[in-house]
Design a protein around this ligand. Structure first.
Ligand SMILES: [Zn+2]
Length: 261
């Protein structure tokens, strides 16, 4: 498998995976969405809530706020020495104490661990009016997307086939294909039709449908364009690396169990 990077930002990565079966590409996608651990608020303790929102709605909203942390520093509660009761090695408390009138934002949480805090300070939590008060403790722990979507590290994690577009000598440069393509993949260059942007092709086949000479073909390949967008809790490429690691570990476990058959 070859990997070619098209875009490498902190929160977004676009890469091409070459010569790889689609089943493996899809397994990497699923591993990234469902098995890469992140930190999210698991439950809240409400000491005072005179806002217009019910405790349950607040808890749901706070659970979806992306949290940044060093995930290797923490244990999963069920694998922690505390036996899942909760200790500084498996959970972090974030406290919020606010009084209206004001809009309460995610940046107002005070965390027990300075490294574990909301990724963005400007996520609205609740609007408090005159005399309304909110006093809560939100308890965050490690989890995986398979358990609940709030632990998913990605907001976008998708791939598409990179097609091979061929134009043969039957082409009479009528431009019908260039005009028919809704994504401007084709262009006229030096009096010939050429492929300007193959990454943008969605294989809608409009170009082959309008070509009266049957001079253009769009075929599937074993190359895939992969787009990963992080919610901000860890860099996009780290999610990719961890997803592949999870998959490798699962394959090793499979191999070990096969030895006993
Ligand atoms: Zn613990």
């Amino acid at each position: 498998m070859e990997v070619e990077f098209i875009e490498k930002d902190e929160n977004k990565a676009v890469l091409v995976l070459k010569n790889v079966p689609v089943a493996l590409v899809n397994s990497i996608r699923r591993a990234m969405m469902s098995y890469v651990p992140t930190m999210a608020v698991d439950y809240i303790n409400v000491y005072m809530n005179t806002s217009y929102l019910f405790d349950e709605i607040l808890a749901h909203r706070i659970g979806l706020i992306p949290i940044k942390t060093d995930v290797d520093k923490f244990n999963f509660p069920d694998k922690c020495e505390c036996g899942g009761e909760g200790c500084p090695r498996c959970q972090v408390s974030l406290r919020l104490n606010a009084e209206g009138p004001k809009t309460v934002y995610s940046g107002e949480f005070v965390s027990d661990d300075p490294e574990t805090k909301p990724v963005y300070d400007n996520v609205p939590v609740v609007k408090l009016y005159e005399g309304q008060q909110l006093m809560i403790e939100a308890v965050a722990r490690l989890g995986i997307g398979k358990e609940h979507a709030k632990w998913k590290p990605v907001s976008v994690c998708a791939y598409k086939i990179l097609p091979e577009i061929r134009i043969d000598e039957k082409c009479n440069v009528c431009r019908d294909c260039v005009l028919a393509c809704p994504r401007q993949v084709l262009e006229i260059n030096d009096g010939k039709i050429s492929v300007r942007d193959p990454l943008n092709c969605s294989m809608c086949m409009e170009c082959t449908n309008v070509c009266e000479e049957n001079a253009i073909s769009v075929e599937e390949t074993d190359n895939y364009l992969f787009t990963i967008e992080s919610v901000g809790s860890m860099p996009a490429l780290e999610i990719f690396r961890r997803g592949v690691e999870v998959l490798m570990k699962k394959a090793e476990e499979m191999n070990k169990s096969l030895e006993y058959i």
